[in-house]
Design a binder for this molecule. Structure first.
Ligand code: NAP
Length: 500
């Protein structure tokens, strides 16, 4: 299949048949022990794409057994060996980028062009961490009193449980798997039930890239907590890395506390998008389209609240509404599609509820405002102005193509409104003042800041939030640290027995 073509039904079918449909445990594709299955749907049509195995708690335990059995030998492999597996996986992914893009579009709904972008983004974690593998280092120092020597060593944390969401089926997996491989950890991956196919195909690719049996085990499961709950209680598990909603993350932090399990948490967001009076408005609208509409608004980094200076709010809103109205809501495989469906009926119902709540409280619908009729879970790109402060659309994560605009008159008011959230993942600022942009970095409660940029995600940068958006960072130099533990070795004075 080439980039330009809309894939044929035959191509879709062939691809779906090539995706493994079983659990990966200890290097073997295995049926679930209870014979349970999951039907994976196309959100653009509501039709079943493929039926795959669903793990039982017993399968989860076997997956952890396999990860534990592989851990010691895997930790001892040469860093270069691990780097080369990652690099090979990166190369294979480039060769198969169209297959992965199409598969994500089929199971998640985003337009093919966006899926290609995710393959590029997700793949870069493989390349970045292949490069980081050989740079894991410690230190050797003389204690301040001159007597002992201090050896500080980085060791793999050990077997990890990785739980991923449905919105970026490839990148959320590679952002965890690549640093875990680089650090020498083994894994049990539990992908989202709505979009498990990409993880299964990617696990197959890693095997082809030379990943030894048992290093990555994949358990797709209808009931996540039944499978992962017992693993969190198992003393052999050393880490949980979770990406998903704050609500589930809170529960998993509480469960992890029982064994003082190390956790990384990439949780929900409620990003403010600030447009100051000196902003380049054309660029701000372009940035708003990216920050709001990437992934149909189903991104933790999605701009959730547009906070615009009162002197430019009308012009910004008019231009933004015009661009939103021009989007084409079509199945993501269609070449003309620029807006895919939401992932399921519940997600669309929540978006409908939030818009209705805002309208009931006085908001004006400038464009969109309703579900698209027909098959699939499409929702019109929507812009709301005159949004009352107590509207749920401002306080909850929208996770859909809806942009509420509110205004401010002073910088202090903008900062107060931006920080009025329990979340703190990312913020966006549009201004032509360098000082103001830098000041915003100091005033906004945020893990990441986009300055005149509507997308900040980059595999070489530390991704993560403050407040209820999470704990830890993925990507960048920091990303591998999440999978390493620091060991200190105290050594008695090596001069004690030296000849004088
Ligand atoms: P979710 O409902 O929290 O689910 C995430 C994952 O956790 C899925 O694999 C899910 O399995 C599993 N899960 C659900 N309940 C569980 C439980 N009790 N025990 C163990 N696992 C459980 O989130 P989502 O709807 O997939 O994803 C959307 C959310 O993810 C949004 O809030 C978004 O902001 C956040 N997100 C954050 C980042 C970030 O980097 N900060 C990135 C992407 C997304 P099932 O699929 O079987 O339910």
């Amino acid at each position: 299949m080439t980039d330009a073509a809309t894939p044929s039904q035959d191509a879709e079918q062939r691809l779906l048949e090539s995706v493994p449909s079983k659990l990966l445990i200890g290097g073997q594709w295995t049926d679930g022990s209870e014979g349970d299955t999951i039907e994976v749907e196309d959100p653009a049509t509501g039709k079943v794409l493929k039926t795959i195995a669903s793990a039982s708690p017993e399968d989860g335990a076997k997956a952890l057994d396999a990860a534990c059995a592989a851990q010691e030998e895997w930790a001892r492999t040469a860093p270069r060996t691990r780097a080369e597996i990652l690099r090979k996986a990166f190369d294979l992914l480039q060769e198969r980028k169209e297959d992965f893009a199409l598969l994500m579009t089929l199971e998640m709904g985003k337009p093919l062009a966006e899926s290609r972008g995710e393959v590029a983004y997700g793949g870069e974690f493989l390349r970045w961490f292949s490069e980081e593998t050989a740079r894991i280092s410690g230190r050797y120092a003389t204690a301040p009193d001159g007597a002992n020597r201090l050896l500080v060593n980085k060791r793999p944390v050990g077997p990890c449980l990785l739980i991923t969401p449905w919105n970026f089926p490839l990148a959320m997996a590679t952002r965890k798997i690549a640093p875990a491989i680089a650090a020498g950890c083994t894994m049990v991956l539990k992908p989202a039930t709505l979009t498990p196919l990409t993880s299964l195909l990617f696990a197959d690719l890693l095997r082809e890239a030379g990943l030894p049996d048992g290093v990555l085990n994949v358990v797709t499961a209808k009931s996540a907590s039944k499978v992962t709950g017992p693993l969190l209680k198992d003393s052999r598990l050393r880490k949980l890395s979770f990406t998903g909603s704050t609500e589930v993350g809170q529960r998993l932090i509480a469960d992890s506390a029982q064994r003082v399990l190390r956790t990384s948490m990439e949780l929900g967001g409620n990003a403010p998008f600030l447009v100051f009076e000196d902003a380049d408005l054309e660029k701000a609208v372009e940035g708003a389209m990216l920050a709001k509409m990437r992934n149909m608004g189903e991104a933790c980094t999605a701009a959730n609240r547009f906070i615009v200076h009162e002197s430019v709010a009308e012009e910004f809103s008019a231009k933004f509404a015009e661009k939103l109205a021009a989007l084409k809501a079509l199945r993501g495989t269609d070449k003309a599609s620029t807006l895919g469906p939401l992932v399921d009926a519940d997600s669309r119902a929540k978006v409908e509820e939030l818009v209705q709540d805002a309208v009931d409280k006085g908001a004006t619908v400038r464009t969109g405002g309703k579900a698209v009729e027909g098959p699939g879970y499409f929702y019109e790109p929507t812009l709301l102005t005159d949004v009352a402060e107590d509207s749920r659309v401002l306080t909850e994560e929208i996770f859909g193509p809806v942009a509420p605009v509110i205004t401010f008159s002073t910088e202090a008011e903008a900062v107060e409104k931006a920080n009025a959230s329990d979340f703190g993942l990312v913020s966006y600022v549009y201004t032509q003042s360098v000082n103001r942009a830098l000041r915003m970095g100091e005033r906004l409660e945020t893990g990441m800041l986009g300055v005149n940029a509507g997308v900040v995600s980059n595999p070489a940068a530390p991704f993560g939030g403050v407040k209820m958006s999470g704990i830890g960072r993925e990507g960048g130099f920091e990303g591998i640290e999440e999978y390493l533990s620091t060991q200190y070795v105290g050594i008695a004075d090596p001069w004690a027995d030296a000849e004088s």
